[in-house]
Design a protein around this ligand. Structure first.
Ligand code: ATP
Length: 331
């Protein structure tokens, strides 16, 4: 779908993209990087709106240097910043964008109604956009990117400014753009964590350079940590503590499951090999407890780039910012 080869973009004072080579297939792909990493610059080059300084890129097999108009016919674009006219309704605006894309009047109206229904704006579609919430405005921007039924959409920071619930809704919507309509998606974010459940593939850039390009499952490989949850019993009213004590007696270090709800009932141990599973089975049986869950923990994408001993190299927003949906330099 997208291929770049040694792509660079130099502004007088800054190199926004530095010899970046990548290959992106169909599906939902996340382009992740801190603010200023070069994400928006990449999208503008891929749309043929801004020329690269060197290197080349193709979108849907079309050269960005010479086929910009043909690319924009086939690709939808949701820009990062607010760009909506306040005095017109979502219907008027999206119909206008559909007409600009070349749809005849009737088709434009029909596609607009369908698309606004899909993004969850059907009820409010005749109200002026100026009175919309941030989440509703983001949906209008998404609708205008989809209205001409593109093969691919570029979504630039679509969760920007949304609260955690609004972000989850938007991420679900993005996933459905692909599953319901077969449209491939390139979505940018400065929050690694939010792309984990949305994207099939993640490309990470920092300072205009490619840090990593992998499928999401490669990022989230199994760890050696086993999470175990047991029932309580009459003999052991606190089954979790009894289990921890039994492991410690056998020289197996334990910890609890972290901050998540219910984590206090989860015991974590490090698997040394297949025999660890037998040990767990025997320990739980000896205590007369019920085994509720035993599973291998998976990495979270953000952990891959947040090694505990190298916090200064972590190029992305802090975990706290990820949880609150905040960003340090909103603009
Ligand atoms: N037209 C321009 N002229 C000069 N410098 C620019 C221009 N556009 C972008 N830059 C610089 O290029 C670098 C990459 O910017 P870009 O907007 O692509 O980053 P980004 O990853 O999209 O971040 P953000 O989410 O903050 O927009 C930044 O240092 C930015 O200041």
């Amino acid at each position: 779908m997208i291929a770049t080869e040694s792509l660079s973009k130099r502004f007088p004072r800054v190199t926004a993209l530095d010899r970046l080579t990548m290959d992106i297939g169909p599906g939902v792909t996340g382009l992740v990087g801190a603010n200023g990493a070069g994400k928006s610059t990449m999208i503008k080059i891929l749309l043929g709106l801004s020329p690269a300084t060197e290197g080349r890129a193709e979108v849907l097999g079309l050269d960005v240097a010479t086929k910009g108009a043909a690319i924009r016919e086939r690709v939808g674009y949701m820009p990062e910043h607010d760009c909506l006219p306040p005095d017109v309704s979502a219907t008027e605006f999206v119909v206008h964008m559909a007409r600009m894309s070349g749809l005849p009047p009737t088709a434009a109206r029909e596609r607009t109604a369908d698309t606004l229904r899909h993004v969850g704006l059907y009820e409010e579609r005749y109200r002026p956009i100026g009175g919309y919430s941030t989440g509703m405005k983001q949906r209008v921007k998404l609708a205008q990117a989809l209205v001409h039924d593109p093969q691919l959409v570029f979504l630039d920071e679509p969760t920007n400014g949304l609260d955690p619930v609004g972000r989850d809704d938007m991420l679900d919507l993005i996933r459905r753009v692909h599953t319901d309509f077969g449209i491939s998606v390139l979505v940018t974010s400065h929050l690694l964590g939010e792309l984990e459940r949305t994207c099939d593939h993640v490309v990470v850039i920092d300072g205009g350079k490619l840090l990593r390009s992998s499928s999401t499952t490669d990022f989230t490989q199994n760890t050696a940590v086993l999470a175990i949850e047991v029932t309580d019993s009459d003999e052991h009213p606190d089954g979790t503590s009894a289990l921890r004590a039994a492991f410690e007696e056998r020289g197996i270090e334990t910890s609890t499951g972290g901050e998540l709800p219910g984590a206090g009932h989860t015991v974590l141990i490090t698997a040394q090999g297949e025999e660890t599973y037998d040990i767990v089975r025997d320990v739980v049986a000896d205590l007369g407890l019920g085994l509720v869950r035993m599973e291998q923990r998976r990495h979270h994408i953000a952990e891959v780039f947040r090694p505990a001993d190298e916090p200064r190299q972590q190029p992305f927003a802090s975990a706290a910012a990820q949880q609150t949906g905040g960003r340090s330099d909103d603009h």
